[in-house]
Design a protein. Structure first.
Length: 158
């Protein structure tokens, strides 16, 4: 699966905006955003349906992660774009998956050497270009979300 961001000279922001929905910058007038407020702002200002993202690659990844989680209803899994939000600017999160009380954050990058970020995982553009790599990414995200959901369930049961 070849995408238009493969061309040389693309900036990271252009690459991100080809995959994710850019959110409005109205938050800049609202004062300080801690991390919790940033997540809530993203949820309330989503420009796509988080259960059915409009971008083809984002939608495919959402579906594959839902499949990995064994969900009967893919609408249980949400995939939020945080591009241009306080979550992006202050906390380094470009997007996140959410199911129940569990989240998994992503930082999209065109820098092949970037390995660490504030987000749970750095996703390089070549991963999104390759069907097998996209499958592997979905497996990884699914495993993390299952693990986090189990941890949440254990804490709630205690």
């Amino acid at each position: 699966m070849k995408t238009s961001f493969e061309s040389s000279g693309n900036t990271g922001r252009i690459f991100e905006s080809e995959i994710l929905s850019t959110l409005p910058d109205t938050w800049r007038k609202e004062g300080f955003f801690d991390e919790a407020k940033s997540y809530e702002w993203v949820r309330q200002n989503q420009t796509w349906n988080p259960s059915d993202p409009t971008n083809k690659i984002a939608n495919e990844l959402h579906y594959k992660v839902a499949e990995q989680l064994g969900l009967d209803d893919v609408n249980e899994l949400k995939f939020y774009s945080a591009l241009g939000s306080p979550l992006d600017y202050f906390y380094g999160v470009d997007a996140f998956f959410e199911i129940g009380n569990s989240t998994f954050t992503l930082d999209l990058s065109i820098n092949p050497h970037k390995k660490e970020a504030k987000a749970d995982m750095v996703v390089h553009e070549e991963v999104l270009d390759d069907e097998k790599e996209l499958d592997n990414l979905a497996v990884t995200i699914g495993r993390y979300l299952k693990k986090r959901q189990s941890e949440v369930n254990l804490r709630e049961a205690a």
